[in-house]
Ligand binder design. Sequence first.
Ligand code: SF4
Length: 729
Amino acid sequence: MQETQSTCPYCGVGCGVIIETRGGAITGVRGDPSHPANHGKLCTKGSTLHLTAAPAQAAQARLLVPQLRARRDAEPAPIAWSSAITHAAERLEGIVAAHGPDALGFYLSGQLLTEDYYVFNKLAKGLIGTNNIDTNSRLCMSSAVAGYKATLGADAPPACYDDFQHAGCLFIAGSNMAWAHPVAFRRVEAARAANPQMKIIVVDPRRTETAAVADLHLPLAPGTDVMLFHGLLHIMLREGWVDEAYIDRHTRGFAELKALVRDAVPGHVAAICGLNQDDLLRAARWFALGGDATPPDARRGTLSLYCQGLNQSSSGTDKNAALINLHLATGQIGRAGAGPFSLTGQPNAMGGREVGGLSNLLSAHRDMGNPAHRAEVAALWGVERVPDQPGKAAVEMFEAAADGEIKALWIACTNPAQSLPRQSLVREALRRAEFVVLQEAFAHTATAAFADLLLPATTWGEKLGTVTNSERRISRVRAAVPPSGEARHDWQIGVQLAQALETRLRAGRPSLFPYDTVDAQAGAEAIWNEHRESTRGRDLDITGLSWSLLDERGPQQWPFAQGAASGKARLYEDGVFPTPDGRALFQAQPYRALAEPCDARYPFSLNTGRLRDHWHGMSRTGQLGRLFAHESEPQLQMHPADMDRLQLKNGDLAHVTSRRGAIVAPVRTDAQLSSGQVFLAMHWGSEYLGGRSSTGQRLGGVNALTTPERCPKSRQPELKHAAVKVLKA
Ligand code: SF4
């Protein structure tokens, strides 16, 4: 038996795994006791990874050879790799020649490795000259990115997992981490066991498994987080719990915020948020004072843990900023056990942000709107310029394709025909685009049915490179077995496409992509080294790291500049922020209600989220029967009183209808929810949940219902709320 150290490909906790192989096949997986993120622990998803990689599973589930459709309605036929790349390059070149570079859109994934992201970002922005490159991280973390940048000056989570054990108060907002980040939640439970005085506040409309361990659960009305955070600040000011010295020394803009929250009096806030005033007072006290010790224990702080409940919102950036305001106002940042700490949804959304792999970002946290930053990136890449206008973000990219503005979509490692909101429009976009390429490990995703060209990609167990987890920790991903069939690494596909395009777009000039595609280890390391150089002097400087150091010393946190002995566990301990004057910026943004309020026609607020044992569209976890033992089928969860009123019993079928579409789903009671709210897990696609669009088109899954309304700053859609009606079927 051979053993290979790697990481789990599911969530942003970033657990280390040891992959066991025999005879070139993966036979087992266990937690890596030496990995700082998980110390050997794995959740149900991570501990069953090897079963999803078994040869019998792979033979059924994997895309193993390139395939081309002669026509959209034809079955795809195998094609040689060289012909597939040539065909793709010819089609893309033709579209660019006829319509310009912005007629292309690249839609990638937070599941990709940093090296994959780097190549596609350089390909789109450096070679082709379009910023139309975005990822499903837009659906996940872009509000956290915008919130950090607006307040702290850089997209950098300042805390780390070790902070759990130093906190006197954990403020968990919009996160069911007991299910979505299970191994990190085990550390929360361990921290609580070691410090029974610790207070846990959970802010969530649902009484989730996470809320069940809380000392104080605030079941706020959907979308009212900004009002809640402003109300807590109002109380902190009234009670003298803010840290005036910290505010004076390290921040700007407090007077404006103070004026804004003057009207956020407890009675008003309690009424808007659906909470009681005593709970607001208690939450404000515990947050400001780092727990409930009397006198306050200065060694302990307040750590906020937050995720999609804040991010997936039409005011997502403001929610993030309003929470960070509380940390700055109370000095709960830059020391052990204190600070805002966004929990990353996907395994490498962080790595994608580091290379600038979103339509409004540039490499190494540079700003697209800054001419000096654009010039630096152009010089690093050896190109004349990079485009200066933000490209299309995820939903906009598909809207533009549906409008005919974007003619070609290159999709890698993600399934937009299930996961994007307003599926009727997404499918119209995929139908209308002249050329759709899907680069994917799995053969049967909903998006595969729309692709002209299908390119087989490697996946967990076969891939090699790096990822960054929620606490800024970079881990090596290592291959335990060779690629299945003719699958290639995502970055290899990007490089081969780029090289084919270069012969057309920059013939006779040195390649911008001189990476070794035969020796994958050498090629991926060369890409990472180029990315490393791009970080020199930036807030995320990793010039002190190398793959050999990661191999010798294990995963490391950034920044880790050349000459440093180690990375940094936490940021801003000196109170200096990466802003022009070194001060953090309070954001005085008023509360805005949900983009699509409930009304008499659509009276229920539909919430979506993860189950414990499944991941995204289930292309991997859906292969294992045992992962359906926890939840065997999609069910619309409702408050018992609402079900009584609608004369629904457990197991009855109901029509669930929004302004965009309708599905039919079985219902069940769920006392976790307040009356007027319903919940449906995000994982089930149209093969499980049939339905129709508002124009009668056949589609399904929860995203037949969801809204494309989005935060104007982060452009992240409001997947946590859609107004729906429910009727017995
Ligand atoms: Fe994988 Fe996340 Fe589970 Fe860890 S907590 S094993 S990273 S899914």
